[in-house]
Write a protein of this length. Structure first.
Length: 124
């Protein structure tokens, strides 16, 4: 921290965080799109990050870099994109036209599974 300003590098964001950001953004876009279709009855949507969105004032486009920047206030967009590009290079993200509208690969899903705690059944 130099002079009260936090500097970020793409190395500060793990590939796992990028993969999770893609999945959160995908889920959030779906939630907002449904709310937009029912905007007459729904005013706000709470995203997994806790952010509350007034659907009457926002398009349904929530991108992975939005999620990464919400998790790290002050994170520059270009650093988020650099981390997303690195995840693509590692084979965790694939995309057609734009990196921001990409999707996670099977390799990424395996990475998430590897880092998830085991699910145990509880007896009632």
């Amino acid at each position: 921290m130099a002079g009260g300003v936090t500097t970020f590098k793409r190395e500060d964001i793990s590939d796992l965080e990028v993969v999770c950001a893609y999945e959160i953004a995908k889920a959030a876009r779906s939630m907002v799109a449904v709310a937009c279709r029912h905007a007459a009855t729904i005013e706000n949507v709470t995203l997994p990050s806790g952010e509350v969105i007034d659907v009457s004032k926002r398009s349904p486009y929530i991108w992975p870099e939005d999620v990464l920047m919400a998790q790290r206030p002050g994170l520059p967009c270009k650093v988020a994109f650099a981390a997303m590009d690195r995840a693509f290079t590692h084979g965790l993200i694939d995309y057609g036209t734009s990196l921001r509208s990409g999707w996670v690969t099977q390799k990424a899903k395996d990475l998430v599974t590897l880092h998830m705690p085991p699910i145990t059944e509880t007896k009632q």
